[in-house]
Structures are given as structure tokens and as C-alpha cells.
Design a protein around this ligand. Structure first.
Ligand code: NAD
Ligand code: UDP
Length: 308
């Protein structure tokens, strides 16, 4: 049994991670300010005496005695991270400084939830960990991208300077049950629109690509990375790139929806293509996703049907 702190633990990925690690017999502190997360996501865990829910903001120092820290606190949807961009970058930068300080003091191992966004609008495809990225430092996505890049820098500097035991997961588009209804990301938007027979909103031409990973697979990867001895960044995602227009058609088919597809303006700096190269994860973690997109999307549709 380990004492594990999960920041952002009431969010979409954090709630699945909290549940998994609790079920594996660990003692969990789930820390969240409920900006995009919700008590509903972890309500079924409350009452377990190995589960502790703490309302706290990571930009403020937090003291505890723990063995491992998963730092997930940060809004992940462009709509939400652009709502208060100054707060977003503070959350990434001040949040990781506080968590690295805690890790240093307790000699805890810390995993940072980094992102494929650190590659920006990539000029190398699929993206490999050695690629330094192509990020606009002054655009509307920068509060998220540069905050996450700076967090990686801080992870490496605390590692080199103070010997902090670090793990960096570069997470690619992940989806599944407990994404918020108003999350604004493509998977939840399209499924909710399709189930309501409302128009499916494709931004731009829909020729931009993404690759989608089911949350259970991602959680497996995060836990494997945390418990490995690999301290360089690792891409975690499901290769299998498709265009957003193809994705819209797939959602219509899987929901039997009457929705039509409409086209809306493409947001600024929206990456043109994205797909993870997961050779490193396969080699050092013996990890690769198991859930197909059709299976994962079907499970996610079932979830949204149950809450709409
Ligand atoms: P989410 O928005 O559902 O979860 C983020 C959680 O962090 C929420 O519970 C939110 O309330 C909490 N939070 C935000 N700011 C906070 C603060 N200042 N203090 C304390 N808690 C705070 O998003 P998610 O998809 O679950 O993402 C979790 C993590 O994984 C994020 O760090 C995100 O950047 C990263 N990530 C996610 C994806 C993805 O596709 N889902 C991709 C790349 C990276
Ligand atoms: N997108 C879209 N319609 C929507 C929401 C998103 O066409 O209703 C597009 C968005 O422009 C991007 C892709 O889907 O090209 C993925 O967007 P999301 O916000 O899910 O995540 P991103 O990968 O951009 O962070």
C-alpha cells in the first residue's frame, strides 16, 4: 500500500486514476479545486476510509506525507483553459513548483501529466519524444502549451539539481465516461450533439487529424510509467490517426443519429495533425492501448446516454 496524492483527482482522467489506485489497495488523497472536475466523478469513492477528498488549489502550497504524486491539476479542454488563461498558466507553473517542493521534502516520486500540446503544430509526424515542438508562444493556446512546457522544464531541473524522482507522461487526446457534458472537446461535443440530433459542429474543413485513446488504457499507461524506472518523457496515446470529419461520421453511425454536419470557424493555432509514436512506451513500459476506438466510443456513448 502506498500513500498517493492525485491533484486534479476529481477530473475526468483523475477520477479513473483515483478509482484504480484505490481498488489496488492504496491510500489516496484526491486534491481538486473543482474548476472543471466534480464531486459526482468520485462520489462512489467517498466513504472509503482509504480515500480522502481535499478542496485545494495547487497554486497554493500543500503539505502532506506521501510516497507518490500524480500531478493532473489543470483544465484540459481549450474552452476551459482559455476561459482564464492567466489562471491556467499559474496552475501549471505554480502548481508544479508546489508539487515538486512537496516531492523533494517527502522524497516522493512525482508524475507530471504533460501533453501532446507541447509539440504545438508539429512538423514531425507522428510525434516522437525527441521532437522539441513548434509552439506559438503568444497565441491563445500558449497559456496551456507553454505552461505545460515550463512544467516539464521544472521537472527536469528539480531532477538534475535536487535529485527529485520524476516521471513525465505526454498524454495524447484521451476520452471516455465522465468527460463533462460542457467540456467542449471534440469527443464529448460530437457525442452529445449526435444523441440530441443537433448539428455536429466540425471546425474548419475537418481535415485536421487526431488519434484517440480510451481512458482505461491511458490510466494503465500512467500507472506503468509511475512504477517504471524511466525518467525521460513518454508519449501515451493510441496511434490511429483520423480526420475530424471522418470522426464526425463515425459518431453519427455509432449513435444512429439524424444529425447533419455543419462547419464552423477553425480556432486559432488548432494543430493540423497529431498522432503519437509510442515506440518508447512499448519498449520501456511494455504498454500499448487495447481498446479499439469503436469499442471505446460505444462505451462513452452509453455513458452520455445515461446522463443526458
Ligand atoms: P479535467 O479538466 O477533467 O481535469 C482537470 C482537473 O484539475 C479538474 O478536476 C479540475 O477541477 C482540476 N483543477 C484545475 N485547476 C486546478 C487548480 N488550480 N487546483 C486544483 N485542481 C485544479 O481534464 P482531464 O482530461 O482529466 O485532464 C487531466 C490532466 O491530463 C490535465 O493536466 C491535462 O492537461 C492532462 N491531459 C489530458 C489530455 C486529455 O486528452 N484528456 C491530454 C493531454 C493532457
Ligand atoms: N473540434 C471540432 N468540433 C468541436 C470540437 C473540436 O471540430 O465541436 C476539433 C478541434 O478544432 C480540433 C479537434 O477537434 O481540431 C480536437 O479538439 P479538442 O478540443 O478535442 O482537442 P485538441 O486536440 O485540439 O486539444
Amino acid at each position: 500500500m502506498k500513500r498517493i496524492l492525485i491533484t486534479g483527482g476529481a477530473g475526468f482522467i483523475g477520477s479513473h486514476l483515483s478509482e484504480r489506485l484505490l481498488n489496488e489497495g492504496n491510500d489516496i488523497i484526491c486534491l481538486d479545486n473543482f474548476f472543471t472536475g466534480s464531486k459526482d466523478n468520485i462520489r462512489h469513492l467517498i466513504g472509503n476510509n482509504r480515500f480522502e477528498l481535499v478542496r485545494h488549489d495547487v497554486i497554493v502550497e500543500y503539505l502532506a506525507e506521501v510516497d507518490q504524486i500524480y500531478n493532473l491539476a489543470c483544465p484540459a479542454s481549450p474552452v476551459h483553459y482559455q476561459y482564464n488563461p492567466i489562471k491556467t498558466i499559474k496552475t501549471s507553473v505554480m502548481g508544479i513548483i508546489n508539487m515538486l517542493g512537496l516531492a523533494k521534502r517527502c522524497k516522493a516520486r512525482i508524475l507530471q501529466a504533460s501533453t501532446s500540446e507541447i509539440y504545438g503544430n508539429p512538423q514531425i509526424h507522428p510525434q516522437v519524444e525527441e521532437y522539441w515542438g513548434n509552439v506559438n508562444p503568444i497565441g491563445i493556446r500558449s497559456c496551456y502549451d507553454e505552461g505545460k512546457r515550463c512544467a516539464e522544464t521544472l521537472m527536469m531541473d528539480y531532477h538534475r539539481q535536487n535529485n527529485v524522482d520524476i516521471r513525465i507522461a505526454r498524454i495524447f487526446n484521451t476520452y471516455g465516461p465522465r468527460m463533462a457534458l460542457n467540456d467542449g472537446r471534440v469527443v464529448s461535443n460530437f457525442i452529445v450533439q449526435a444523441l440530441r440530433n443537433e448539428p455536429i459542429t466540425v471546425y474548419g474543413t475537418g481535415n485536421q487529424t487526431r488519434a484517440f485513446c480510451y481512458v482505461d488504457d491511458l490510466v494503465d499507461g500512467l500507472i506503468k510509467l509511475m512504477n517504471s524506472d524511466y525518467d525521460s518523457p513518454v508519449n501515451l496515446g493510441n496511434p490511429g490517426e483520423r480526420t475530424i470529419l471522418e470522426f464526425a461520421k463515425l459518431i453519427i453511425e455509432l449513435t444512429n443519429s439524424k444529425s447533419e454536419i455543419i462547419f464552423k470557424e477553425l480556432p486559432q493555432d488548432d494543430p493540423v495533425q497529431r498522432e503519437p509514436n509510442i515506440t518508447v512506451a512499448k519498449k520501456v513500459l511494455n504498454w500499448e492501448p487495447k481498446v479499439s476506438v469503436v469499442d471505446g466510443i460505444s462505451r462513452t456513448i452509453k455513458y452520455f446516454k445515461s446522463i443526458i
